[in-house]
Design a protein around this ligand. Structure first.
Ligand code: GLN
Length: 482
């Protein structure tokens, strides 16, 4: 049962092969058994899940069920969930029980999904390995000595370990795509503005975007269909006609133009990954696509620009967590200043503090022009590179990450080395484009991800390409021995 995709589970529920209650119980048992060694969940919500499953079974019997009715999922702990701890992976919000649901949570609930719990993540989504979580690192189910990627590492590991068939993630610089690659699953970061950010705890508001993670592109399409759409509560949400992502996935790839940026295949890329990507592209060519070499000349500036813009925005967003308005409060403060300093000093971890310091510095009156303004200019140059590329090609392909999953501790003492694991994903967020990662092979027993990047609102096309690729390969069906 755990190996089935969301589509297969949905068919099983419709045909009464099993009930949502049975399905939910069986995933909860699996979480009980396996999660102590993986640590993908921060909070498991069995009572709520069983109640939601019973309601889903009523809808399934009454003929009012939708495609996702009764399907177990889990939410990254960055999403506010009414009545349930919403910690964002931080001691700062360890005691925070949200009084309301994020729009994404409301939408997935309305679609009839059954939430099993909240997933572990890097603190405030800052990280690429899940090692910054207050709740301890998540283990990669393919090799418990290696990281699952981050920041949506709990989501990726839970799906890879078959603890849940689908989950939400968020991606500010690669946090859906990189953990999807490290754990051998599929994930899509939509165009900025497609999915509401309301109730999603903000890291860097101009970059953050939520998206689905699952075994297959088809499952991602089903989840995205429920998650996407205009929300008046998010001022950057885009009003446009709703798309049916689950339809048209089988469309022919005849004539599809693939662009391969030379900057994605240079120094620093693991040769096994290079090889696996080339083989995958060969498969897609057999399905009718053509390949063209392209260039994104400002790619090398995306890391430096991101690590100014993201910390700048986070330093502002996290100011509200001061022990007064929100968050952990230090005990017995001497005075107001002591309350602020110790609440923030004790509540935030080292990486979050590092980012707040960098961001505050970059936004300070004396350095704003030199850093923040410069980074915004680079951002435009990067968007223009993509704009030019999409005049010639439909989809850009390359690696998701330069390496496969690395060992715990390997990069945690060296922030720059850690930041480089998002070198291929960050530019996509700076430009606001959709990007996806699909499993395309293994190196030394660890999964390899290929990244697909499309023009604005081309999620449909990305999902179509990934789905057709998954129709002729079985990397997405492999699961770790646990
Ligand atoms: N690893 C990147 C960072 O630490 C991206 C994180 C994310 O996408 N949330 O900022």
């Amino acid at each position: 049962m755990h190996e089935k995709t969301i589509r297969e589970l949905s068919e099983g529920l419709k045909s009464k092969a099993f009930s949502s209650l049975e399905l939910t119980e069986s995933f909860l048992q699996r979480i009980d058994r396996l999660d102590p060694s993986i640590n993908a969940f921060i909070t498991v919500t069995p009572e709520r899940a069983l109640e939601a499953a019973k309601a889903a079974d009523v809808a399934l019997s009454g003929g009012t069920a939708g495609p996702l009715t009764g399907i177990p999922i889990a939410q990254k702990d960055i999403f506010c969930t009414e009545g349930v701890r919403s910690s964002c992976g931080s001691k700062m919000l360890d005691q925070f029980i949200s009084p309301y649901n994020a729009t994404v949570v409301d939408r997935l609930n309305a679609a009839g999904t059954v939430m099993l719990g909240k997933l572990n993540m890097d603190e405030f989504a800052m990280g690429s390995s899940n090692e910054t979580s207050f709740y301890g690192p998540v283990k990669n189910p393919w090799n418990l000595e290696t990281v699952p990627g981050g920041s949506s590492g709990g989501s990726a590991a839970a799906i890879a370990a078959r603890l849940v068939p689908g989950a939400t993630g968020t991606d500010t610089g690669g946090s859906i795509r990189q953990p999807a690659a490290f754990c051998g699953i599929t994930g899509i970061k939509p165009t900025y503005g497609l999915v509401s950010r309301w109730g999603m705890i903000a890291f860097a508001s101009s970059l953050d975007q939520a998206g689905p993670m699952a075994k297959t592109a088809e499952d991602c399409a089903w989840l995205l269909e429920a998650m996407a759409g205009f929300d008046p509560k998010d001022s950057t949400s885009i009003e446009r006609p709703k798309e049916i992502y689950s339809q048209g996935l089988d469309k022919s790839l005849q004539g599809l133009r693939i662009g391969l940026p030379k900057e994605f295949f240079g120094e620093g890329l693991d040769p096994d990954i290079h090889q696996a990507i080339q083989t995958a592209i060969g498969e897609i060519e057999k399905l009718g696509a053509t390949v063209k070499a392209i260039s994104l000349p400002h790619m090398h500036l995306s890391g430096p620009a991101y690590y100014v813009v993201a910390p700048a925005e986070c330093s502002s967003n996290l100011a509200r967590l001061d022990g007064v308005r929100y968050g952990y409060r230090a005990e017995n403060p001497k005075d107001l200043k002591d309350l602020y300093m110790r609440s923030r000093g004790e509540g935030f971890g080292a990486e979050v503090k590092r980012r707040i310091l960098i961001g505050t510095y970059a936004l300070s009156a004396g350095y704003y022009d030199a850093y923040y303004l410069k980074a915004q200019k680079i951002r435009r140059l990067i968007s223009d590179d993509f704009k030019k590329a999409f005049e010639e090609v439909d989809v850009i392909m390359g690696p998701t990450s330069p390496s496969v999953a690395f060992q715990f501790g390997e990069k945690s003492q060296d922030p720059i080395a850690m930041y480089l694991s998002d070198i291929y994903t960050i530019a996509v967020n700076l430009a606001g484009l959709p990007g996806m990662s699909v499993p395309v092979g293994f190196s030394k027993g660890l999964p390899i991800g290929m990244q697909l990047i499309g023009n604005y609102f081309s999620e449909h096309r990305l999902l179509n390409v990934a789905h057709r690729y998954q129709g002729v390969t079985d990397w997405h069906q492999q699961s770790p021995k646990l």
